[in-house]
Each structure stands twice: as C-alpha cells, then as structure tokens.
Design a protein around this ligand. Structure first.
Ligand code: ASP
Length: 438
C-alpha cells in the first residue's frame, strides 16, 4: 500500500493527506476528540512546519549566494533586482485595488448583523489587545526603520531568528556580490563548497517532503478543530455573520489566481497558465495547510525550478525575496478588512483615504512576516492610518485563520508568477531542465 502510494505525484499525496485531515477533523468535532487531536495529531503538523522552517534559512543562505555568484557581474544582479522589486510592487498595488473595488461595490459591512458586534468585541478584546501592542511597537519606529531593520548587525544572530529572514537575505546578497567582485581563482573553493551545500539542502527538502502528506493531514485536522472551538454551533453563527466579508476576500483571491496571474503570465511568458497552475499546485497546497510563505519557501522554489523551468539563478533570488516582501493576498485582504470594519462602524472613507489604504497596505504587506496571522497584526497599521478604531479587529478575528490559509496561497502564487516573468528573456548561464516534482 505504502509502495503504491509512493508512485503518486506529490500534489496527489498532499491532497489525499488534506482529505483525510478534513474527514478526521469533522469526526473529531462530532465525536469530541478535541483533546486527542490536540495531543496526538497536532504535533505532527507542528513538526512538519518546523522542518520546513528549519531548512528555509540554510536554503536562503546557500541558494542565494550560489545564485548571485553565478551571475558573474553586478550589473546583471541590479537589473534582476530592479525588475523583481518593480514587479512585486505593481502586483501588490493591483491586488489592493481589486480588494478596494470589490469591498466598495459589495459593501459587506452592510450585511453584518448589529447584535454580533458586541458579542465579537467581548469575545476577542483580549486577543486584539496583544496584537495592538505588537503593532504599536512597530508603528513607533521612524519611516526608514524598515530599511535599517534589513541590515544585520550580527549574522549569527540573524540566521538564528526566522523573523529576521530579510537580514539573512541581505547577508547572502553581500556575500555573493563579494564573490563576483573577486577573481574567480580566489573564490573557486568557496563556490564549490556553496554548490555542494546547495545540493545537500535540496536533498534535505526532498526528504522533508516525503513527510508532507502526514504533516498536511495533521495541520488540516487541527485547524478544523481549532476553528470550530469549544462550541461549533456558536462558531457557525459567527461564520455566517462574517460570510459576506469572507466572500469578498475569496472573490478577490480568485480574481488574482484565476484572472490576473493567468493573463499576465500567459501574455508575457507565452506559456499555458494551466501548466503554471499545475506546476505550482503542490506549493499552493503546502501554503494552504501551513499558512506560512516562509515555511512554503523550499517547496515554492522546488516547484518553480522543476515544474516551471525557472532557472536556479532566477528562482534563488526572486522566490526568497518574494516570500518575505511580496504578499498580494495579504495586501488584498488588508484593504478589504479595513474598509469592511469602517463600513460596520459607519465611517465613510474619502477617495484620499482609499489612496492612503493603497499606500499603507503595500507597506504593511512588505512588513508582514511570512508566518500565520502576521497580516492581521500589520492590518492595525492600515487601520490607524485612516483613523479606524483598532478594536475593529475583533470583528474579523473569528474567520482570520481560513482566510490566512487562502491569502498565503495567493502570496506564493504571486511570487511564482513573477519568477516566471523575470525568468523570461533572462540570459541563462545554465541550461534549464524542466521536470516534475514528485
Ligand atoms: N500567513 C501569510 C504568509 O505567510 C501572512 C499573512 O497574511 O498573515 O504569507
């Protein structure tokens, strides 16, 4: 049986894991296996996320150093950097604009039952308080602080903290640039070492991915149990109260995945979007289950290289940076959530305030860590920029996790789409060998 299962492609195995997770989760709620799930199932999901996150920093360090040093000259690097960052900003602004148009057209705030407002405020006031403290500490910093924060003081400290991924990226870029600038003879031993470390990291990822179906099963089962909470009937009524808001976020996400990326990818790369989606599907499933672009990074990189034919040179640069700064799904959600909360509070936002949302949601999504729930903390920055009371966060708390799972899928799909676009026309040093992740 296990032998037969090993012949299925990765996405099929992950899908089977998910399906079992859903079935088990629903059974656990009905049969009240909540403690059993928390004690005996959830740890496997946590182990899977830990394994993926464990390899994210080594992957960034070796693959980015290798990618940059293979570029051979710094002008190629700055060209790729400029193209990547501009595309990331454009895609984020498009996502926010779609979110704003939808939320202003559908007005989900008008569908929100007033009596739920007080219930939600009481239920989530404590959680909002702790998120507020996190956001306030971020806000108290100056406008250029986010650039200062990218520069590491001590690389050993930076690599020991996953939340400082941008600092590891910065160091790997600097290290790679130094290699390019030195004569090849002097750096060849280091390049060989980095090359072989890269092979080892890729092998570790392949080993971890064997565990993906079980990890995904455990993650989905525990999310279902968590979201249902102690009182499934209560949770269901909250979900239906927030249904319209969730629907607007989901429509926006679908527009991004089924319209924006397909049009842009097929127009620019002349490749079939169906193949693009098929290639990235395993990473989308992992993003959905883990709610973390950082944890998904090893899988996203593997998928774009092996299934979409993006050269390692391009993917090593574009994907890790995208995982940390490009979050189209998160920015779309932040725009919808901010306006939804304003609508519930009866606050009319002017056109200027909408533009402020575009700007702050762009910055907030860049600043959001690639971990579960990070987008919600940064949403507080968007709310305060247009004077929406931060307590409004309590209104959307209940449905945040499922929406986080979906927006993380968009986040990694955006990174992958842009990596195929940057790859197009890029003079590759090495041959691409498109294959299958399995
Ligand atoms: N979970 C998202 C990610 O890792 C960030 C967020 O929107 O909360 O991409």
């Amino acid at each position: 049986m296990i032998y037969r299962l090993s012949k299925y492609p990765l996405y099929a195995k992950i899908l089977i894991g998910m399906l079992f997770g859903v079935v088990f989760g629903l059974m656990a709620i009905n049969l009240e296996w909540i403690n059993f799930t928390n004690n005996w199932i959830s740890p496997f999901g946590e182990i899977f996320i830990r394994l993926l996150t464990l390899i994210a920093i080594p992957l960034i360090l070796v693959s980015l150093t290798k990618g940059v040093s293979d570029l051979k000259d710094t002008s190629r690097l700055s060209k790729m950097g400029l193209k990547t960052i501009s595309l990331y900003i454009v895609s984020t602004v498009i996502a926010i604009s779609i979110g704003l148009v939808l939320v202003n057209l559908i007005k989900p705030g008008n569908f929100f039952p007033e009596e739920q407002q007080q219930i939600l405020f009481e239920k989530y006031s404590e959680s909002v308080g702790s998120r507020k403290a996190d956001a306030e500490s971020l806000e108290s910093k100056g406008p250029l602080q986010f650039i200062v924060d990218m520069v590491p003081e001590n690389i050993f400290y930076s690599v020991s903290k996953n939340s400082l991924m941008l600092q590891s990226i910065f160091f790997a870029l600097l290290f790679g640039i130094a290699i390019i600038l030195l004569p090849e003879k002097r750096t060849q031993p280091v390049k060989d070492l980095v090359g072989s470390l890269n092979e080892i990291v890729l092998k570790i990822i392949a080993i971890i991915m064997n565990f993906a179906p079980i990890g995904v099963f455990a993650l989905i089962a525990s999310v279902i149990v968590d979201v249902a909470g102690d009182n499934p009937a209560d949770s269901l009524s909250l979900f239906s109260a927030l249904g319209m808001y969730g629907l607007v976020v989901i429509i926006g996400i679908l527009i991004m995945i089924l319209l924006v990326y397909p049009i842009v990818v097929s127009l620019i790369t002349h490749k079939s979007y169906f193949n693009f989606l098929k290639g990235i599907f395993p990473a989308q499933l992992v993003a959905f289950s883990t709610s973390s672009s950082a944890a998904t990074l090893p899988v996203t990189k593997k998928c774009v290289e092996e299934n979409l034919g993006v050269s390692e040179e391009v993917s090593s640069f574009v994907v890790p940076i995208g995982a940390t700064i490009n979050m189209d799904g998160t920015s779309l959600y932040q725009a919808v959530a901010a306006v939804f909360i304003a609508q519930v509070f009866g606050i009319d936002l002017s056109f200027g305030e909408m533009l402020t949302i575009v700007l702050t949601a762009t910055l907030a999504s860049i600043g959001s860590a690639a971990v579960p729930g990070a987008g919600m903390i940064m949403l507080l920055v968007v709310l305060s920029s247009v004077n929406i009371p931060p307590e409004g966060l309590a209104l959307i708390f209940a449905v945040d996790r499922p929406l986080d799972m979906l927006r993380t899928c968009v986040n990694i799909t955006g990174d992958s789409a842009i990596s195929t676009i940057v790859n197009k026309g890029w003079k590759k040093n090495n041959d691409n060998k498109p294959g299958q992740v399995s």
